[in-house]
Design a protein around this ligand. Structure first.
Ligand code: SAM
Length: 394
């Protein structure tokens, strides 16, 4: 047994060095909703210009995310910045493997203590077109390898309890091991405490706002934004925080031991970043449902520029005529939430909103089966296939 411990320790030392993980750029996979990859790519470029201006990022777009090399600390800190990302995975290992013995041997050598807490991590396995395909057996094998490692390298008492989720993916016998640096899904921003019926994910809301901004050249400096069916206020919150790093919640990487070893690593750099102000200035939300307005008031309490009204959003008259008014909304789809009989079809709804607000730009989400293929983006909202329609008076 003692020989095994010594052997494991020697193998780890020979294969990995913490210094290399810190010195060399690391591979990251940043996931997002399908079809949002180009928007995420722009967002990544935007933040990297601020965080690591000398870096020439090598973005590879995949279906559902982007892979790129980054300094370790930069990859971690992007969790605070990216609004369209679902999760940030640090790819720690990649190897060809067709036998359980080899799989376990490789896993035993990973220095888990650099990023795991005292608990055993959760392994999530996926396998496509590979000789090793039995998920339960692979999970079991990973757990055994981890236990063998821990027998040789016990967790220090100082380590936090929690360990991150480890993603193991086999594709054509190529095994990739990734550490989840995010923890909770990134749409959970931490500033929203109340939800209402059929809320939109924050990551999607931010992506749609960026899509509208990207359609303008040059990018507008000052926009007044109205959401006439605002629900819990998702679009308004995202509009305000679009270019701000967020500090409302913890991330999995916060408790990684390796963070203590990265020179000058810390959140101070984010607090000192020079980022442009959000172009969205006055934020107005309207909803027919008093509970939704209450929820929005609570969620957006820290945002100074917001006005919320418990009114009919098809008829409400804004207190003053707004210059450069943009409208964005996620109206009822007539599935779980119903529309009024006068605005049952999309044309009627669009006409009513146009007439009432005369926005210079308008974006709204409708179901795919009612969009007549006119959407600029297709995605799923709570499992319902939807499209984003965009209009401008130019
Ligand atoms: C799909 S939900 C919006 C959810 C919102 N995007 C969020 O993330 O919380 C649709 C909202 O439209 C509101 N609504 C429906 N008809 C309305 C009307 N005529 N005027 C204002 N609000 C209306 C409903 O009360 C509901 O809150």
């Amino acid at each position: 047994m003692w020989l095994e411990f010594k052997q494991v320790a020697r193998q780890i030392k020979a294969t990995y060095s913490q210094e290399n993980w810190i010195k060399d750029d690391q591979r990251f996979f940043i996931s997002c909703a399908l079809d949002f990859e180009p928007i995420l790519a722009q967002e990544i470029q935007f933040w990297l210009k601020k965080l690591a201006p000398k870096l020439k990022p090598d973005l590879s777009l995949w279906s559902g995310g982007i892979e790129l090399s980054l300094p370790l600390g930069t990859g971690f800190l992007l969790n605070h910045c990216l609004k369209t990302a679902n999760r940030i995975l640090w790819r720690i290992e990649q190897f060809k493997c067709t036998h359980f013995v080899d799989f376990e041997k490789r896993l035993v050598q990973i220095p888990w203590n650099y990023f795991c807490g005292q608990d055993t991590p959760k392994f999530k396995v996926e396998s496509h077109g590979s000789r090793l395909f039995h998920k339960k057996n692979l999970e079991q094998s990973a757990l055994q390898a981890f236990e063998r490692y821990r027998a040789a390298q016990p967790a220090r008492k100082k380590l936090p309890m929690q360990s991150p989720t480890i993603f193991i993916r086999f594709d054509q016998d190529q095994c990739t091991i990734s550490v989840d640096t995010s923890g909770d899904h990134l749409h959970k921003r931490g500033y929203k405490t109340q939800t209402t019926a059929a809320p939109l994910r924050e990551t999607l809301a931010a992506g749609l706002l960026l899509k509208m901004l990207n359609s303008c050249s040059p990018s507008p400096q000052s926009v007044n934004l109205v959401d006439p069916m605002c629900g819990s206020g998702t679009f308004l919150g995202e509009a305000y925080f679009l270019y701000k790093p967020l500090f409302f919640r913890p991330f999995a990487f916060d408790s990684f031991f390796i963070c203590k070893q990265i020179p000058n690593f810390g959140k101070r750099i984010l607090k000192e970043l020079e980022v442009p102000l959000s172009p969205f200035k006055n934020l107005v939300g309207i909803d027919l449902d008093p509970k939704s307005i209450k929820a929005a008031e609570t969620n957006l309490a820290s945002i100074p520029e917001t006005d919320l009204f418990n009114e009919d959003g098809l008829e409400y008259k804004l207190p003053h005529t707004e210059e450069n008014l943009w409208l964005i909304t996620n109206p009822p789809y007539n599935a779980r939430l119903k529309r009024s009989p006068q605005t049952k079809n999309n044309e009627q709804l669009i006409e009513a909103l146009r007439k009432n607000y005369q926005p210079s730009h308008m974006g709204l989400i409708v179901t795919s089966d009612s969009s007549q293929g006119k959407g600029v983006l297709s995605f799923k909202n709570s499992g319902i296939p939807v499209e984003f329609l965009m209009f401008s008076d130019k």
